[in-house]
Design a protein around this ligand. Structure first.
Ligand code: NAP
Ligand code: ZN
Length: 362
């Protein structure tokens, strides 16, 4: 059995170690992959601290390889049905479809029973991508055609979440005329709560729609983050002491904080859309009243949750990231705030203040 180094935890108990494990060879999985970069996110940190009860190890293992954001190089591939060859760069998908009707049509992101029907690499029942090598099925790989600045493509997985959320926005906003009287989104205000990696990717995408984009948090922004916000022509306000826009047409939450979300829902415009994306099971509750419910009803407000994304959202993510690589000022590259080696496991324990996206170089 080949031994490889990997970053592992034991789900759901937690902990982290960088150690040698047996390379799992699945004779059906025809692609041998070497991660080039993996991204680190809140889910990894919550697993390591033992705070994600729904996570579990693969069958027969007392550990799970962590990591679900990766860009990999193909070392070997037998099946060429997907036009992938050795040397290509690919992004592996996280969620693997189960047998429900949504999974069977390629939409495991909309799985009808996600607690039981799907498995997720690095999260539930399947090893993730933080290992020297791994095998996967070609149908789970999305090819990156633009091989320049491949580091940016480690953002594909978080960006696909944004693509899915905008698909929901597109569908919901069709029920009325959402665009302005000039047929564009240019007079529409999009507020994004939070200033982490997902929030920035939402801001990039809302700018693609030509909306006025406002990012917000409960404290001021350091200069390096302000540089990115300025670079995409968005704005920032500290909602604790700075005025917010008069109205919000599209509200996107990445904080998962009920009090903050309610504060902003009360500013949504007629036919406003609120996408709930952030999750924080430890956040305190908040009050809302009959007046809030009346406000939501009378304004035709839609509040929609959005989780994960499907293969088509990965493809959209690759397309937009390739575009953003060449954006004036290259704001997207500043989203990667630190590159670490796999043995620097402390990075999984504590989020650096300046972090937007920390990356492991394999
Ligand atoms: P992140 O870097 O931790 O971002 C969370 C952001 O929310 C941070 O900027 C944080 O600010 C901010 N925040 C927290 N409490 C706030 C409050 N009360 N008011 C304003 N801002 C607040 O995580 P991420 O990777 O970008 O992910 C964002 C969220 O989406 C996380 O909750 C994550 O679990 C969730 N997520 C959801 C999906 C999905 O499919 N729905 C997928 C991936 C991740 P500070 O850092 O300054 O505290
Ligand atoms: Zn399913």
């Amino acid at each position: 059995m080949t031994r490889i180094s990997a970053l592992v935890t034991s789900a759901p108990a937690g902990g982290i170690s960088y150690k040698n494990i047996d390379l799992q060879v699945n004779n059906e999985a025809k692609a041998k992959l070497k991660p080039v970069y993996t991204g680190l996110c809140g889910t990894d940190r919550m697993m390591i601290s033992g705070n994600l009860p729904f996570t579990y190890n693969p069958k027969g293992q007392d550990y799970i390889v962590i990591g679900h954001e990766a860009v990999c190089q193909v070392l070997d591939i037998e099946d060429n049905k997907f036009n992938i060859k050795s040397g290509d760069y690919v992004v592996p998908v996280v969620r693997r479809p189960g047998s429900c009707v949504n999974c069977r049509i390629g939409r495991p992101d909309n799985c009808s029973d996600a607690d039981h029907d799907v498995i997720e690499a690095g999260v539930r029942g399947l090893n993730g991508f933080n290992s020297e090598y791994f095998y996967d099925f070609p149908q789970n790989l999305l090819k990156i055609n633009d091989k320049t600045n491949i580091l940016i493509n480690v953002l594909t997985e978080p960006t696909k979440n944004v693509m899915k959320a905008f698909e929901i926005f597109d569908k919901v906003s069709e029920r009325s005329i959402f665009t302005g009287s000039d047929s564009t989104y240019m007079q529409k205000n999009c507020v994004i709560i939070g200033t982490g990696s997902e929030a920035f990717l939402y801001a990039f995408m809302a700018k693609e729609y030509t909306m006025n984009v406002f990012m917000t948090n409960r404290h001021s922004m350091p200069e390096d983050k302000m540089k990115i916000i300025d670079g995409i022509n968005a704005s920032f306000f500290n909602y604790k002491n700075e005025t917010m826009p008069d109205y919000i047409d599209l509200l996107i939450d990445t904080s998962g904080d009920p009090e903050t979300i309610m504060r902003f829902i009360r500013k949504l415009n007629y036919n406003g859309v609120c996408i709930l994306f952030g999750t924080n099971g430890a956040a305190p509750g908040t009050d809302y009243t009959g007046i809030d419910i009346s406000y939501i009803v009378e304004h035709n407000i839609v509040i929609a949750g959005s989780v994960d994304g499907s293969k088509k959202h990965y493809l959209d993510a690759i397309k937009y990231l390739n575009k953003w690589k060449y954006m004036p000022g290259s704001a997207v590259k500043y989203l990667i705030t630190g590159i670490f080696s796999p043995d620097e496991t402390e990075i999984f324990m504590k989020k650096p203040i300046e972090e937007i996206k920390s990356v492991i170089k394999w």
